[in-house]
Design a protein around this ligand. Structure first.
Ligand SMILES: [Zn+2]
Length: 132
């Protein structure tokens, strides 16, 4: 899925555009999905691909990372793409949507996670689809 930056700007809200297309980060504890604990799928806000299931969402205990939705695993291993990110003088792993290339958040190690992995994802990069 390839859109021009102008087309993305029309499709997304300014906040979504900043996060998804300019690799922005939402303010901690501001996201609409931080406490979304219903059963369902978290999909890419840009292209609608299912990225995470609600059963992998958990509450991280890492100080500084608890302000964004946390997932232990992706819905499918090929739903997201992981790349090295060395911006801001830190070594981190960036998480992007494999379908549309949009920025979602970062991946960290986390002993409090069931898988040892912590997908720290911006609420604004996701939409939630509730399942009955
Ligand atoms: Zn996407």
């Amino acid at each position: 899925m390839k859109l021009s930056e102008d087309e993305w700007k029309k499709k997304l809200t300014p906040e979504q555009y900043h996060i998804l297309r300019e690799k922005g980060t939402e303010t901690p504890f501001s996201g609409k999905l931080l406490h979304q604990d219903s059963n369902g799928d978290f999909v890419c806000a840009a292209c609608g691909t299912v990225l995470f299931h609600s059963d992998s969402k958990y509450d991280s205990t890492i100080p500084g990372l608890e302000g964004w939705p946390s997932f232990a695993d992706a819905a499918k291993s090929d739903a997201v793409e992981l790349t090295d990110d060395n911006t801001f003088g830190m070594h981190r792993t960036e998480v992007t949507c494999k379908t549309c290339g949009s920025h979602l958040g970062h991946l960290f190690d986390d002993e409090s996670s069931p898988t040892g992995k912590h997908y720290c994802i911006n609420s604004a990069a996701l939409d939630f689809q509730e399942k009955q």
